[in-house]
Design a protein around this ligand. Sequence first.
Ligand code: NDP
Ligand code: 2IT
Length: 445
Amino acid sequence: MNLEKIMTDLEKKHPGEVEYLQAVREVLESIQDVMKEYPQFEAKGIIERIVEPDRVLTFKVPWVDDNGKVHVNIGYRVQYNNAIGPYKGGIRFHPSVNLSILKFLGFEQIFKNSLTSLPMGGGKGGSDFDPKGRSDAEIMRFCQSFMLELWRLIGPETDVPAGDIGVGGKEIGYMYGMYKKLTLEHVGVLTGKGLNWGGSLIRPEATGFGAVYFTQEMLATRGETFKGKKVVVSGFGNVAWGAVSKVTELGGKVIAISGPDGYVHDPDGISGEKIKYMQVLRASNQDIVKPYATEFPGATFVAGKRPWELKCDVAMPCATQNELNKADAEALVANGVFCVAEGANMPCTPEAIEIFHRAKILFAPGKAVNAGGVATSGLEMSQNSLKLNWSREEVDEKLHTIMRNIHSACVKYGKREDGYIDYVKGANVAGFIKVANAMVDQGVV
Ligand code: NDP
Ligand code: 2IT
């Protein structure tokens, strides 16, 4: 495999798609040995085929705000690869959404979903719609308009979307309502549904819980646990709140969370009533980080900065892509961090990852660490097919087992001769081999 030639050709074909090209390069760098070991992958054009989505759909999403003003956003669904199961992946509503970001997310999703061991292919979707400051009625009208186009492309055995940034239980509900109205079908076409209408227990907190279960396994490789560890988390969304709750339950102390405008530092730890306080603000689309610092004595709001300047043992970036750069990584390492686990998708830049690898600290990528979210979506799909609901304990146990197995797969494919575990390589190789073999079996399609 000629990596540089493949990348140069892709850059020519998709100029300016920086996030997409970044994600592809990382995976291709990891699988160079695999390509030598399995000559059939080269012979069957697996790389050329896997880097391009099966199809990309874009559509207009017109909607009317509460003042009667008409808005038009762009909607997307990237159906990337369905070699091992129906397309599966979240929907993101954020003003930064563009094709490059959704292609990077869809590409990553292929390997993440493969790692879960459940039968799910990769996909992603979204819109440049900004839900911040919008009323419930506006969000509902937007979601309905979005689904008026999307419903044609999805189905419980075809493509099963879920939440991501800006899309939680409320938005899934509004989209599901419109899908049901258009198709007359009550089926498991979306995951992250409400508990009374097909949702799974644990799904809302699954990504954060799963991330902490995975991190526990990482810590155990060095004889460590969360007990007494200082943990810094970024974001305070779907992923971060689950992670903060679980870290606290396991005896760790979360000393920071963040938003786009800065972070809050709470040396006493963010737990109990403080987590509940933030959840209430989140549910009503309000700013969290600044009010938190006013509400709880001892906490300070640090404007315009990221939390990576704080001294901590474990860092969990849980907000967005490329939110932790080289300088942040150097600051973390200088301050003694010994474990970085990505709760978000691709939050660390390649230069930051290089710093962590050089310092030989524990570092694991999003596609392994945050796979518990989509894994629990897979469990929701199973329950929908069976027309049964599993208990909280059953789902949590299955999630825990899946995260342990993903960790073992990373160790199997990522352990170096000196004993250091390259989780990036481990996750990419383990995720890739299964999908590539399925593509070989199914012919050139
Ligand atoms: P949410 O929208 O619930 O939360 C995102 C959080 O990150 C919010 O606190 C938000 O602050 C903050 N944030 C968003 N954009 C930025 C930015 N540019 N700079 C700093 N902070 C920012 O999203 P999720 O928790 O669902 O997703 C977070 C990450 O986890 C994403 O990378 C997503 O792809 C990934 N992920 C999500 C899964 C899920 O099940 N939801 C599963 C696996 C991965 P504010 O609200 O103030 O904007
Ligand atoms: O990035 C992700 O894995 C998600 N946003 C969750 C996808 C899903 O289908 O549950």
